[in-house]
Structures are given as C-alpha cells and as structure tokens.
Ligand binder design. Structure first.
Ligand code: 13P
Length: 257
C-alpha cells in the first residue's frame, strides 16, 4: 500500500512570520493524524525557518524548485544541496508555472530531478497538459513526452526511487481555475502514468511511486479524487494557504485509503 502524500505548494505567498504561523497551526493540529504523509513548500526565504520549526514533526519541508548545478556563477539560482542544507527534504520540479513563466523545459526538469535526488532529497516531478492539448485529444501524448524527459536519467542516480520519486499530475487548465479534473479523468491519466513508470523503471518501483493530483483541490473534492486507486495524494495550491482547508484535505486523504 502506498502512503498518501499531501503537499501544500504555497507558491509566491507568505513571508517568514506568516509561514511560521501557518506551520505552527499545522504542526499542532496534525500531530495525531496518522496514515498520511504531509509536506509544505514555502518560498525560499522562509525555507530554513520553516524547516527548523518543523524539526521533530512528521511534516516535511519542500522547496518549490531547484537548479541543477550545485554551485557556480548562476546568479539568482538555488541548488539542491543548498536546499538540503536549509533543512528541506523534498523539492518540486517542473511545475507548470515554472514552465510557463520561467522557461523550464522538460529537459531542464529532468536535470533538476536528478540533482534533487543526488542531493538526497525527494523529487516531486510535475507534469500536465494544457486545455488546448486536452481538447485536441493529446493529453496522454503530452504526458508521455513530459514524463519521458523528466525521468530519463533518474535510475542512474541509484537512489531509492520507490520512496524518493513522486509524480504530480497537474492539468494546467485545473490550476487556480476552480475547475478540477473529475476523479475519473484524473484516474485515467494516473493509471497511464503508472503503466509508463512500469515500462521505464520496472513494475516494483511503479507500484510504489506516489502519483499526486494537483489542480483546484479543495476539502470538498479531495476525498473523491484520492479514493481513486492510482491517486496517492494531492499537490495543493490555493487551499493550502488556509490551515483549516489544508488540514481537511490531509484528513480526507487519510480516510479515503
Ligand atoms: P491550485 O490548488 O491553486 O489550483 O494550484 C495547484 C497547484 O499548482 C499546486 O502545485
């Protein structure tokens, strides 16, 4: 059985004080909640403070991105070893907003995923189609292209991919729009991703890798989504900024398995 994994992606929200206030709430209210793994992804400037505040809890600190070179003349970038140094345990790579606004390509995402895994962090690799691609019947083809490049070299890192690799399916048309994929739409893509993982990484790893759904996840729809057999948690944007909503989603993930 895969333990569901629910991560709050705070995007460009919350300063250090606001981040600490939210994680303190989460820490207190989720202390007794078992059967689900939880993570939060604050902005870089709050990463270390949040990781410190979460020390000794079951809530993981995640970065929202990671550059693939460890050090060097790369002004403005933050590398995976430095993210680990700040106390985080995971990094998200390939988010559609990175692809859309900052030029991340699937090739970059593949390099980032490897650097994250090599630094001893878990990698949450995001993939997902645009609305025009879905309408053109290209959803699974787009998923195949993005996934193939993103995980092309992960096996060479020799880390335990079963526990360290997570795929997040985030249909771009569902992000921040209030328009969620139906459980059946999401399950179809998740099952497809797992079949491709089996071909590329072998069935035992494919069975163990968590595949999160992301895109307008809320307390009202989380349970039905995560009840699907291949949906193993959620990557939550807007609803993760509110403690009560995020906690409700975490509890829904626990009860629906
Ligand atoms: P929303 O939950 O705000 O739609 O964002 C989803 C997302 O992009 C999480 O990474």
């Amino acid at each position: 059985m895969r333990t569901p994994f629910v991560v709050g992606n705070w995007k460009l929200h919350k300063n250090i004080a606001e981040s600490l206030a939210l994680v303190t709430d989460l820490k207190n209210q989720l202390a007794a909640v078992k059967g689900v793994q939880v993570g939060v992804a604050p902005v870089f400037t709050a990463l270390h403070s949040v990781a410190k505040r979460l020390e000794g809890t079951h809530i993981a600190t995640c970065a929202q991105d990671a550059y693939w070179e460890a050090t060097g003349a790369y002004t403005g970038e933050v590398s995976a070893p430095l993210i680990a140094d700040a106390g985080a345990a995971w990094a998200i790579v390939g988010h559609s907003e990175r692809r859309q606004f900052f030029g991340d390509t699937s090739d970059h995402v593949g390099k980032k995923a490897c650097s994250v895994l090599r630094a001893g962090l878990g990698a949450i690799v995001c993939i997902g189609e645009h609305l025009a691609e879905r309408d053109a019947g290209r959803t699974l083809a787009v998923i195949d292209e993005q996934l193939a490049e993103a995980i092309a070299d992960v096996a060479a890192t020799k880390v335990d991919l079963a526990s360290k690799l997570v795929i997040a399916y985030e249909p771009v048309w569902a992000i921040g729009t209030g328009r969620t994929a139906t459980p059946a739409q999401a399950q179809e893509v998740h099952a497809h991703i797992r079949r491709r993982l089996a071909e590329k990484l072998g069935p035992p790893i494919a069975e163990a890798v968590r595949i999160q759904y992301g895109g307008s996840v809320k307390p009202s729809n989380a349970e039905a989504l995560i009840a699907e057999p291949d949906i193993d948690g959620a990557l939550v944007g807007g609803a993760s900024l509110d403690a009560a909503d995020f906690i409700a989603i975490v509890k829904a993930a626990r009860t629906s398995t």
